[in-house]
Design a binder for this molecule. Structure first.
Ligand code: ZN
Length: 168
């Protein structure tokens, strides 16, 4: 509130404010003047109310901002969870895919090894069969030869006996 010094329009003495009458009086000529409020004068009560409204608005803005912050944090946390979950599922899926692939590769390798083993066993059994066949063939031949020799010997002995009989 600005204070302006006023002088009496009648006697030019300095006017004084009368608190009881709520007006201005001239101490010299005793004339009283009513106080006319300026157009832009604002009642202190209204000012206080305006201040209250302003404070409430500020409070509302602060609350809105803090809600905004909380909401922002919530959105960020939610996004982080979604991203984390997606990454987790992707890694898990890839791991499963890898595991399955590894399993398939392992069983394929095992099947190949088994086939190889089977081939080796078959080859070994063929070789054994061949060696037995050869052995039995050789034995047969040697027996045949022995029997032929024995027959020849018996024949010679028989001829010798006949000759000895004839000489007697
Ligand atoms: Zn006066």
């Amino acid at each position: 509130m600005k204070i302006i010094e006023k002088k009496c329009p009648n006697c030019h003495a300095n006017l004084e404010f009368d608190v009881g009458e709520q007006n201005v009086k001239c101490p010299s000529c005793r004339r009283a003047f009513a106080i006319e409020y300026e157009k832009d004068f604002v009642d202190p009560e209204v000012q206080l109310k305006a201040k209250d409204i302003q404070l409430k608005m500020l409070d509302d803005i602060t609350k809105a901002r803090s809600f905004g912050k909380v909401f922002f944090v919530f959105v960020i946390a939610f996004a982080a969870i979604i991203i984390g979950l997606t990454v987790f599922l992707a890694i898990n899926g890839y791991q499963d895919y890898k595991d399955t692939k590894d399993e398939i590769e392992t069983s394929r390798q095992r099947a190949l090894e088994e086939a190889e083993e089977f081939k080796e066993r078959q080859k070994a059994s063929e070789e054994e069969f061949e060696s037995r066949r050869k052995a039995s063939e050789e034995e047969f031949e040697s027996r045949q030869k022995a029997s032929e020799e024995k027959q020849k010997q018996m024949q010679e002995e028989a001829e010798k006996a006949i000759r000895e009989q004839a000489n007697k």
